[in-house]
Design a protein around this ligand. Structure first.
Ligand code: DAH
Length: 357
């Protein structure tokens, strides 16, 4: 009957197939090589483990004609033995190699160092500045980098055509004078004052932008921290004490500090603060232009016009503000002489700050 013939043909085919598979696995065993560390274990899993190639073939026995099963079983057993012998050989050769070299793992060797990133020096110093002021009760406030004319200039007592606007070369957005990249973080103090809560005691770290030619001493973007304290009866003495505390925490107790009268449209009176030059120790060098002093920040009592512009009663409240450049402080602290290093992302430079605090 055709049906029976078909079945027989299929079963006979299975025996041939089985023998062919056996010979394929044999040559695979002969040529076995592995890049894995544990070659023997790798071999065991591939061929004799519970889901290895030999075990899988056992399942094919079902489709073999009963009278052919013995022959198939013998062939399969021979293959199994062959694989097991090869496995024993592999295990022996591996342990011989270990004996020759001594123990394969030397637990006393130092570990491999993993490449670990570092914080950027600007971030390290910014965090340090912020945490010093936080200890005095200041909190952090932030504002947008694209700013409008009111917050960057007008509210800060710099109305249109005020000559002091030229002190800061501004990047305008789409040449529209109403929108710009902020030239200083003083814009954030305006935004905070406009919120209308009292007292205000904030530091505002952030990136600022000025249209300057890039050199060792100037860049088109850099970072500042603005500070603002407004309450009843805040005085210039409070300003000085706060900044003395900051500088000593930042640079150490022995640092020289001096205030010089200055001018900013948003403060009255205004001052700049210098510290003794850390590069030459005050003896005179090109960083301090042979004066022994370097300027690190501008400050003053918030101008009454600024308070009024922001809806704060200037008869009732007074306050101080200050602004410092993070790059300048970082350069002094770590004796870095070129501003461009901060934005080039050269790993040889950045890796030096691995243990910096
Ligand atoms: N905004 C000034 C600048 O970018 C820095 C500054 C000076 C901020 C005096 C102040 C201040 O708050 O009182 O140069």
């Amino acid at each position: 009957m055709p049906e029976k013939i078909n079945v027989c043909a299929y079963l006979r085919g299975s025996m041939d197939e089985l023998l062919e598979k056996i010979s394929r696995i044999r040559s695979e065993i002969d040529g076995f090589a592995s890049a894995e560390k544990d070659v023997a274990e790798h071999f065991r899993i591939r061929f004799i483990g519970s889901s290895g190639a030999v075990k899988n073939l056992m399942g094919d026995m079902k489709s073999i004609l009963p009278e052919k099963r013995k022959e198939a079983g013998l062939a399969l057993n021979a293959l199994k033995k062959y694989a097991e012998e090869k496995y024993t050989q592999l295990k022996e050769s591996v342990s011989a190699a270990v004996e020759e070299k001594g123990h394969s793992i030397d637990l006393t060797l130092p570990g491999n160092e993993l490449p670990v990133g570092t914080r950027h020096p600007i971030s390290i110093v910014r965090n340090r500045i912020v945490s010093i002021f936080q200890r005095l009760g200041f909190t952090v406030a932030e504002g947008p980098e694209v700013e409008d004319d009111w917050h960057n200039f007008t509210a800060l007592n710099l109305p249109e055509n005020h000559p002091a606007r030229d002190m800061q070369d501004t990047f305008y957005v789409n040449q529209d004078p109403a929108w710009m990249l902020r030239t200083h973080t003083s814009s954030v103090q305006v935004r905070e004052m406009e919120k209308g809560y009292m007292p205000i005691r904030i530091v505002c770290p952030g990136r600022v932008f000025r249209n300057e030619t890039i050199s060792a001493r100037a860049h088109c973007f850099f970072h500042q921290v603005e500070g603002l304290y407004i309450e009843e009866d805040v005085s210039f003495a409070d300003l000085k004490q706060t900044l003395y505390f900051f500088v000593r925490e930042m640079f150490g107790k022995d640092i020289g500090i001096r205030f010089r009268p200055s001018y900013f449209p948003f403060t009255e009176p205004s001052a700049e603060m210098d510290i003794s030059c850390l590069i030459c120790g005050g003896k005179g060098c090109n960083v301090c232009k042979y004066t022994g002093w370097v300027e690190i920040l501008g400050c003053g009592m918030v101008h009454p016009n600024v308070l009024d512009n922001c809806g704060i009663d200037s008869k009732k409240y007074t306050g101080f503000a200050f602004g410092m450049g993070i790059e300048r402080i970082t350069m002094l602290k770590y004796q870095i002489n070129d501003l461009r290093l901060f934005s080039e992302n050269d790993v040889r430079f950045l890796a030096q700050f691995r243990n910096a605090i």
